[in-house]
Design a protein around this ligand. Structure first.
Ligand code: CAA
Length: 390
């Protein structure tokens, strides 16, 4: 039985800062951000938006033509958790009106956890073919103001329905994974901003890619030329390009030309370049970007995926695009969302960044910003209060 991605949608904040404004403040030539790291804009969530509201917005769209009663598991993947105990997925489960007979769990392993959700969902649906699994990945990438990671922040969520006989992409059974205990990027419980050893993180990402690909290749026997496109975890678009050039050198050999190879990832980078890092959502926002922007009819062709979560766990896997997939995309809604975003000045960015919810349980009602169909209305007695605006 074929199992895979039946529906995909993503959401990002209505607000962004252009990295030219950040470069000016940091006294950096803007092309370091535009060309050197390959990022142009960075999504910045307002105070009344968080991983739950972003995830719910993405999932609301992904569930448009799916029977909600069929969703038997929700996996909420994030490394921007809002509670040490309760899954963010439970708030989302209520906001979306999902069935009570549905399991909900939060998964964490840096930017890898959505891929765990996808791989788990594949096995689950194979066992229970009438069931569907909703995988939601939602993150706010946050580094210190003025830190080296600052231009690689961002925010976004993606939601995917995994099912039997999927309409978009059938997952192949083989995958290659790699785990190693490393300290390239982490966020202790007492911090709101990630800590990172940037240069080491790039080296380890590339090492994990080589290892995961090697295992995938041994298991599947597939070669570089078996793929029509590739999607990579994308903390910034130059990282995906560096990864793909390495992939080409390892798997394709001297016959391959770098400029040609980079065309195989071009369309997958488009959305991420304008919303920044969305951690565990980023690989799959890359898939939406590819499916919605490729001039090539991808039907019947294989796509390679590389997922990387610092710390680290990585996985290389693949899937085949389904005939007629174009009819089931949410391209118009995504483009409308991206085209109507509002640019923040540097000062407005700092204000959003510095906003902090009360930590003493005192009641607070948040000013309303544009947050799609859902918002965090406030806090009372340490409880988060979400509103459905639909
Ligand atoms: N014009 C064009 N290019 C320029 C330039 C200019 N004016 N000035 C500099 N550059 C280029 C540099 O030559 C360099 O290019 P190469 O990478 O090809 O050598 C690039 O811009 C970046 O310059 P630096 O190396 O000097 O940048 P930096 O020291 O400021 O750090 C960074 C860059 C390491 C990515 C940093 O932003 C960071 O730490 N980010 C967070 C960590 C991260 O995203 N790691 C990725 C792997 S880990 C992961 O994937 C998990 C995750 O999501 C976090």
């Amino acid at each position: 039985m074929k199992v895979g991605i039946d529906s995909i949608s993503f959401y990002t904040s209505h607000y962004f800062i252009d990295l030219k404004s950040l470069a000016e403040k940091r006294n950096v030539e803007f092309n370091k951000f535009y060309l050197g790291i390959g990022q142009e804009k960075m999504a910045v969530p307002p105070p009344d938006e968080d991983i739950v509201t972003m995830g719910a917005n993405a999932a609301h769209q992904a569930l448009q033509d799916v029977n909600k009663e069929d969703i038997k598991v929700v996996i909420f993947a994030t490394e921007s958790g809002i509670d040490q105990s309760k899954s963010a997925g439970i708030y989302l489960h209520r906001l979306l009106g999902l069935s009570s007979h549905c399991r909900v769990i939060e998964a964490k392993q840096a930017c890898y956890s959505a891929t765990f959700g996808v791989i788990f969902a594949r096995s689950y649906v194979q066992n229970y073919p009438d069931s569907k699994v909703l995988v939601v990945a939602s993150d706010v990438a946050r580094y210190g103001i003025g830190s080296v990671g600052e231009p690689t922040q961002g925010a976004g969520a993606v939601a995917m329905v995994l099912s039997a006989n999927p309409r978009l992409l059938e997952l192949d059974p083989e995958s290659g994974c790699y785990t190693e205990d490393v300290m390239d990027f982490w966020r202790p419980n007492y911090r709101d901003e990630a800590l990172v050893d940037g240069k080491a993180s790039i080296r380890i990402y590339l090492k994990a890619l080589a290892e995961a690909w090697h295992q995938y290749h041994l298991k599947s026997g597939r070669q570089y030329t078996d793929f029509v496109r590739f999607c990579y975890h994308m903390p910034f678009s130059r990282m995906a390009e560096k990864a793909h050039v390495q992939m080409m050198k390892i798997a394709c050999g001297p016959g391959c030309i770098e400029e040609e190879a980079l065309k195989l990832i071009e369309e997958s980078l488009l959305y991420g370049r304008t919303l920044g890092n969305s951690y565990t959502a980023s690989l799959y926002i890359g898939l939406a970007s590819l499916l919605e922007n490729s001039p090539l009819d991808l039907a019947g062709n294989r796509i390679g995926f590389f997922s990387y979560g610092s710390g680290c766990v990585a996985e290389f896997f693949s899937g085949i695009v389904k005939e007629g997939y174009q009819k089931h995309l949410h391209k118009a809604a995504h483009q409308q969302m991206l085209n109507t975003r509002v640019e923040l000045s540097y000062e407005e960015y700092e204000n959003f960044y510095n906003f902090a919810l009360p930590q003493d349980g005192s009641a607070c009602r948040l000013a309303q910003h544009e947050t799609g169909l859902f918002r965090l209305a406030g806090i009372n007695e340490h409880k988060r209060l979400y509103e459905n605006l639909g």
